[in-house]
Design a protein around this ligand. Structure first.
Ligand code: ADP
Length: 623
């Protein structure tokens, strides 16, 4: 059975190895306590059995010899041990449970942290768009594996280990009767239980191998259940369609599992036969020996109890269920970590980028294609001069945002080179270079945290300083906005949290601008404004761009806009069409050239002339 990573994994052992390494890292004291606990929990039932045997063995003699005799003393000791081991079992069991549960929670937290670190650590974003990585992330969170998480695995592993310790102790007892008997019994039990476990593991893999179908069914479920899509599903009458899609993807995820299950009846039959043969065989032998007087009643009692104790090796409990279902979630963590360490994801480069660029950023013969897609750029040449503003225009899908993503090193070109003051971008430390940039993207993030964090996250390395926040807000025109918030900078910007509030599109915009400017204050040298204006009316949009260009004069700025009133103010304009720079120059040069830019400019101007009653829009032509 193939796991998602393509490696063969046919058992829970790889997961157990990951957990074994994670436990001491999550909590060493709890790990030690857990191991001691499992030994004690495993051993006390055997002491109890021995004491029972000793008691039964001593009773007849004690009855004959009376109180105060040596035999009576043996009874007293046996009773004391019996009571003590009984009490110890009662006490240690719950404590062991608590310790293991606490450890399991720690391990879950530890592994969750590793998933977040792994997903967030690569400087690029390509891995987050890669279905294989997304499947790992989903699996590592336990989705698709019946939501059983590392917690179940840790608890399962400890309890099964404790049972095995108890089983081994029972085996040692039974060896005193016939040394080979427990060995045969255990071998038979284990061979059957292995089959059960293998079937069980196959079931789990049948479902985890369907992560994509599960992801899809989960998506349709969300579409049906979350308020965001509720309006459209109703207006367009999508309800039945969504339910149908959900059903189809869910069935596709489940078919293999059901097929696996159908073939597993043989294991059940085999298991039942083996179990009853062993039980019957052992009991028959013991009964026979006792009847012939070969073993005393006391020994018979101990051996029968020991034989029953062996059954743990044939026991498929909830702990197995948790262990097996949770295992793929755990191996996914290790797989994910391996995946992001791949050089194609981790991105090479270790030269510090401080102070760059002083001269220019050049795209030289750059080609780029998103994985599995056609090329967005082939052989693109472009120079971005330091200290100047550059506007990029072009139709939707021309590749403007992709260009910015390459510049920000969210992806590396598939061919050609991008240099910064002559140094290839691939030699610069990706994070160090990214700190040199500040950007407001089309789909900039509305962080559901305090207003202050929304701005300060422009550079999380800086200590939070209200004066610096105020300065950024002022420059972004957000001072009144912050003052109007119920708790000022401390207001949480989400209605989902207590005392939280939400902002309008334009208000979010200003905060995003403040964040970008805060990053500049903190040392970013290149500013990018990538049409983050979807939520803005025409006037607000013009104001944002004007403010941006005004505030960033003398800095290296890149502006992507479809508004020519803005574009014309840039020091230089490039026109991109189907991944190629088709024109570049100043506004006047491009108008004089009377090419693509001039055509687009006039087209937009004409549209606004046709709409003279719009005060905002007429500004476009006048500008
Ligand atoms: P623009 O910003 O000029 O509108 P983009 O750079 O966003 O254009 O997109 C250029 C092309 O790349 C488009 O065909 C788009 O569909 C494709 N594209 C953009 N982002 C991705 C992505 N993450 N994965 C695959 N294709 C993408």
């Amino acid at each position: 059975m193939q796991s998602l990573g393509g490696e063969k994994k046919t058992s829970v052992w790889p997961a157990l190895r990951v957990v074994a390494r994670a436990m001491p890292e999550a909590s060493l004291p709890l790990t030690i306590a857990g191991v001691i606990g499992l030994l004690l929990v495993g051993v006390f039932p055997t002491i109890y059995k021995l004491a029972t045997g000793a008691l039964i063995g001593a009773l007849p003699a004690a009855t004959r010899a009376g109180a105060g005799s040596a035999a009576a003393h043996r009874v007293d000791v046996a009773l004391a041990v019996l009571a003590a081991s009984f009490v110890a079992q009662q006490l240690i069991g719950p404590v062991f449970g608590q310790v293991v549960d606490a450890l399991a929670r720690r391990v879950t937290g530890h592994l969750r942290g590793r998933v977040i670190t792994a997903a967030a650590s690569p400087p690029g974003v390509g891995h987050l768009e890669d279905p294989a990585t997304l499947d790992k992330v989903m699996l590592a969170q336990g989705v698709g594996t019946a939501q059983i998480t590392p917690r179940g695995v840790v608890i399962g592993a400890f309890n099964i280990a404790a049972q095995y310790v108890a089983g081994t102790a029972s085996a040692i007892l039974l060896m005193a009767y016939r040394w080979w008997l427990p060995l045969i019994a255990i071998a038979l039990y284990l061979s059957v239980i292995r089959r059960f476990r293998r079937d069980f593991f196959r079931n789990v893999m049948a479902i985890t191998g369907k992560a994509e179908s599960l992801r899809r069914s989960q998506y349709f479920r969300d579409v049906a259940l979350t308020p965001v899509a509720a309006k459209e599903t109703r207006v367009f009458g999508l309800g039945d369609w969504v339910v149908d899609r959900f059903r189809t993807s869910w069935l596709s995820a489940m078919t293999d599992l059901w097929a696996e299950r159908r073939g597993q009846w043989k294991t059940m039959v085999l298991g039942a036969v083996a179990f009853f043969s062993v039980e019957f065989g052992v009991m028959f032998l013991l009964g026979h020996s006792a009847a012939r007087g070969e073993i005393s009643i006391a020994r018979l009692t101990v051996f029968v109890a020991a034989a029953q104790g062996l059954q743990v090796f044939a026991n498929l409990s909830d702990h197995d269920l948790n262990l097996t279902w949770g295992a793929p979630a755990i191996t996914a963590v290790a797989d994910l970590e391996a995946l992001v360490e791949d050089p194609s994801v981790a991105l090479p480069g270790d030269t510090a980028a401080a102070g760059l660029p002083a001269r220019d950023v050049r795209f030289e013969n750059v080609s780029f294609a998103y994985p599995g897609r056609n090329e967005v750029f082939s052989h693109l040449d472009l120079t971005i001069e330091a200290g100047k503003s550059l506007a990029i225009v072009g139709d939707n899908g021309a590749g403007k945002t992709t260009l910015v993503k390459l510049l920000a090193r969210l992806y590396d070109p598939t061919d050609g080179v991008i240099t910064v003051d002559g140094t290839p971008l691939t030699q610069l430390d990706p994070s160090s270079w990214q700190r040199r940039l500040s950007a407001i993207f089309q789909d900039f993030t509305r962080y559901q945290v305090r207003a202050s964090d929304n701005v300060a996250w422009g550079n999380p390395d800086l200590a939070l300083d209200v004066a610096r926040l105020d300065a950024a807000a002022e420059r972004a025109g957000a001072t009144d906005l912050v003052a109007s918030l119920p708790h000022g900078w401390d207001t949480v910007l989400s209605r989902q949290f207590k005392d939280g509030t939400d902002l309008s599109g334009g208000q979010w915009q200003r905060l995003a601008l403040a964040r970008a400017l805060y990053a500049v204050d903190a040392g970013a040298g290149v500013l990018i404004l990538d049409e983050p204006t979807a939520a803005l009316d025409v006037r607000a949009e013009a104001e944002l761009y004007d403010r941006f260009l005004e505030l960033t004069r003398g800095l290296t700025t890149i502006v992507i806009s479809h508004r020519f009133s803005t574009v014309r103010r840039a020091d230089r304009i490039v026109v991109i069409e189907q991944g190629v720079v088709v024109e570049q120059g100043t506004h006047d040069e491009l108008m004089a050239a009377d090419g693509r830019y001039a055509h687009m400019f006039r087209l937009q101007a004409a549209r606004f002339v046709d709409a003279p009653d719009s005060e905002d829009e007429s500004e476009t032509i006048d500008a």
